[in-house]
Design a protein around this ligand. Structure first.
Ligand code: SAH
Length: 373
């Protein structure tokens, strides 16, 4: 496989590369990166996502999007942005569920941020029938900043490369990868980091072998969207598996980097470019970056709580009323997978980031009020 040849050569040329550079090469190598070429989602792919589990997910996000549009003042035009739309199932369910709200549909310009050529083709075909304006972007940096926006990101931030820092006594090292020249295989190593002082201060409860992960691209994306929110105004909703812990209270520090292939965990250095590599999303850092850039934030709350607040149980009952027994079971199963704490309900979290002048978005209102009791 060419990418392995390339990446090994690159590692040999440099001596070592950081874990973030390795992830970036494996995921975004222009010829053979995983998020450039593979069709990763669904039974025939490597993993399954919430919108693929049940139409209820996209429908609930439709309700969230309509309410956000109303909170933006029901503008006659706005940009509905999705980061990493995958098989466009979320958007399809969102648009179908909100079709009857004519002013909302007429106001929508859709902007997709997507790197995967195969998925872009698929997304185009899937959404043709709605007669809405679509545009595709390779990154958030070409998104327009002329209109208010509602941004949705489900399982997007976990894709982005992370840097990993490991503590040894009071010094921190950066996790890197190098080549074992005898067997020509990729192995882990460390290089000294210049961040020791700041990491020691920011993570006072860390100790020997603690690992801190920083996702610089995610922080940059938040900063950029916050800049657009300042000019226009907007809501971002991010749902992902991750953690939201203030480092001052944090006690456990492990690597969350994982590879998945064919719905199973996979060794990180095997099948480079053919297996998904992800890391848990650090919501606390995303929110910190947003607040430092003049935005408000809500959450994180669990995906289960968020979907229940949006009315998933009521919608499931409605769908079941017109369904036969088999379909009723399917609806129950999907609903349960999305909200049960034993399944996706607890590990997955929802966070909103939005302009200072806007009210708390739907789904977060109750928890915001309760946290003030
Ligand atoms: N949101 C979809 C897909 C999640 S998988 C769902 O819930 O089903 C991650 C998606 O993000 C894929 O569509 C992948 O191609 C895309 N992606 C990954 N990294 C990206 C990046 N840096 N920029 C844009 N899209 C990216």
């Amino acid at each position: 496989m060419k990418i392995i040849g390339n990446i090994r050569q690159a590692i040999q040329d440099y001596g070592s590369i950081t874990m973030a550079q390795f992830m970036s090469e494996a995921m975004y190598n222009l010829n053979e990166g995983y998020y450039i070429q593979q069709d990763p989602i669904g039974k025939g792919g490597d993993f399954i996502t919430a919108p693929e589990i049940s139409q209820l997910f996209g429908e609930m996000l439709g309700i969230y999007a309509v309410d956000s549009w109303i909170k933006l003042g029901s503008p006659t035009k706005f940009n509905l942005v999705e980061l990493g739309p995958g098989r466009a199932t979320l958007m399809d369910d969102l648009l179908r569920a909100t079709k009857h709200i004519k002013e909302f549909h007429q106001a929508i310009n859709i902007h997709f941020v997507e790197t995967n050529k195969r998925l872009i083709k698929f997304q185009k075909q899937r959404l043709e029938s709605y007669g809405i304006n679509y545009k595709w972007h390779n990154s958030v940096y070409s998104l327009p900043n002329n209109l208010p926006l509602v941004v949705l990101a489900n399982e997007f931030f976990d894709c982005l490369p992370i840097n990993q820092y490991i503590r040894e006594k009071d010094a921190w090292y950066e996790r890197s990868v190098t080549l074992n020249l005898q067997e020509y295989n990729i192995i882990k190593t460390v290089i000294p980091s210049t961040l020791s002082n700041s990491l020691n201060t920011e993570h006072p409860n860390s100790n020997d072998l603690s690992i801190v992960e920083i996702c610089y691209p995610a922080l940059e994306i938040i900063r950029h969207l916050a800049d657009i929110f300042k000019k226009t105004s907007g809501y971002l909703l991010a749902i992902d598996y991750g953690y939201d812990i203030n480092p001052l209270h944090r006690t456990s520090y492990n690597s969350t980097l994982q590879a998945v292939k064919n719905h199973k965990y996979h060794p990180i250095f095997n099948d480079i470019g053919r297996a998904d590599l992800t890391a848990h999303v650090d919501f606390f850092s995303l929110k910190k970056s947003a607040k430092a850039n003049n935005c408000k934030t809500s959450g994180s709350i669990s995906q289960g709580e968020f979907l229940k607040n949006l009315g998933i149980n009521i919608r499931a009952e409605m769908l079941k009323r017109n369904a036969n027994l088999d379909i009723q079971k399917e609806i129950d199963l999907g609903q349960n997978r999305l909200i049960s704490s034993k399944q996706m309900g607890e590990l997955f979290k929802a966070t909103a980031i939005y302009s200072k002048n806007l009210p708390t978005p739907l789904g977060f209102e109750a928890s915001a009020l309760i946290s003030n009791l």
